[in-house]
Design a protein around this ligand. Structure first.
Ligand SMILES: NC(=O)c1ccc[n+]([C@@H]2O[C@H](COP(=O)([O-])OP(=O)(O)OC[C@H]3O[C@@H](n4cnc5c(N)ncnc54)[C@H](OP(=O)(O)O)[C@@H]3O)[C@@H](O)[C@H]2O)c1
Length: 361
């Protein structure tokens, strides 16, 4: 790319916003030129606005420290400085829906981490290895919005990344029924142990809204484009329990699965480790070389050993074995704030750029 695309981050001071800042440092295609947050932060430098809230392992990049934070709600002003934006604001669903549409209508593509538009029929919800062809609905969305280049694309919830990729890899065997339990990290709630000390040594058996997302979102990702809308797949049936556990980063899933045509264990592993999609074919900058790894050791995947596989962009699967009630059971792990949030959105933006949907204004 001759000249980098100018990027704005909405919600730049939050947990996911900070992850965007960290991931985009030295990105070959994108440069963060604008950071925006609530009116509380607007007018301060990024360094002042974040203050002691910086939660990344790497230091705050020098290039953003002195950027003056803009107010997310001043849409025209923010949009005039960038080619596209990543959205990670925390507002009500209705407010997020409205503000993301307002950005799109300024002819600014929005790649969103939020759930607000995940069920808008002409908004693609994409894991680029699985359903990059869903970006095809953007032309219909632009008609609705009356835009030439502005649109919204979203990535799915962090909880599904530890098992939904397997369903795509195993498609030919007809995944029929899934019973899933997720063990979810506290960073998924935007927290560390410092700001959520009650989570130390604790388990909380409830994460608001998460079970419904975990059961339904995989079906939208596995769905197809029909008459300018995404139509959900009608299988597999998924039931899920989501549990918050005392882990900083990394969502684990324990899964039982039935198939239409029961394959052998070797066939299942072969399909996982050879599974790839558009990011690998197009060699996108953030694409994991191997999306899914299979670990043979019986005590893997482990959060501390495996969460950063492929820089947090890959998925680790292990303990695949036959079950006495279901066909098989297995364990999956993915990084919730990298692949499950900012990293997944960066990969979507790279795919959208490679396919010509995002260009310099
Ligand atoms: N954490 C995860 O792993 C994860 C995964 C998937 C999806 N998400 C979703 O991503 C979004 C951000 O999550 P987070 O964990 O990064 O939240 P967070 O740490 O609380 O950050 C929220 C961001 O939104 C801004 N904001 C809050 N109220 C605002 C308002 N009224 N107007 C404009 N900006 C406002 C904040 O700005 P100030 O600093 O100025 O207050 C901050 O930049 C949420 O919708 C969350 O559900 C999070």
């Amino acid at each position: 790319m001759e000249k980098k695309l100018r990027v704005g981050i909405l919600g730049a001071t939050g947990m996911v916003g900070q992850r965007f800042i960290a991931l985009l440092e030295n990105h070959p295609w994108f440069e963060v030129v604008t950071v925006a947050a609530s009116p509380r932060s607007a007018g301060k430098t990024y360094e002042e606005a974040v203050g002691g809230r910086w939660k990344m392992d790497t230091p705050m990049p020098e290039a953003v420290k002195k950027l003056v934070v803009l107010n997310v709600n001043e849409v025209e002003k923010v949009a005039s400085t960038v080619d596209f934006v990543f959205s990670a604001v925390d507002m009500t669903k209705e407010e997020i829906k409205a503000i993301e549409e307002a950005y799109a209508k300024t002819e600014t593509p929005v790649v969103s981490n939020n759930s607000a538009h995940r069920w808008t029929p002409d908004v693609p919800m994409v894991v680029p290895e699985i359903n990059a062809e869903h970006f095809g609905v953007i032309k219909d969305q632009k008609k609705r919005l009356g835009t030439q280049r502005g649109f919204i694309a979203v990535k799915p919830n962090c909880s599904i990344q530890s098992y939904a990729p397997c369903l795509a890899a195993w498609k030919e065997f007809g995944p029929k029924e899934l019973v899933v339990t997720t063990y979810q990290a506290i960073s998924g709630a935007g927290k560390t142990f410092k700001d959520w000390p009650e989570m130390e040594g604790n388990i909380i058996p409830y994460i608001g809204g998460e079970e419904e997302k975990s059961e339904k979102e995989p079906l939208r990702v596995l769905g197809k484009v029909e008459n300018g809308q995404i139509v959900m797949a009608d299988s597999p049936k998924i039931t899920c329990q989501c549990v918050r556990v005392p882990v900083l980063n990394g969502h684990t899933a324990a899964v039982f699965i039935n198939f239409e045509k029961k394959p052998s264990k070797e066939e299942l592993i072969e399909k996982l480790v050879t599974f790839k999609g558009f990011p690998q074919e197009a060699e996108l900058p953030s694409a994991p070389k191997q999306f899914i790894q299979y670990l043979e050791e019986e005590n893997r995947p482990q959060v501390t050993l495996d969460v950063n596989y492929e820089n947090g962009m890959g998925v680790s699967i292990g303990r695949l074995r036959e079950d006495s009630i279901y066909d098989y059971k297995f364990i999956g792990l993915s990084h919730n704030t990298v692949r499950g949030a900012a990293g997944g959105a960066v990969l979507c933006a790279e795919a959208l750029t490679a396919k010509g949907y995002i260009q310099a204004k």
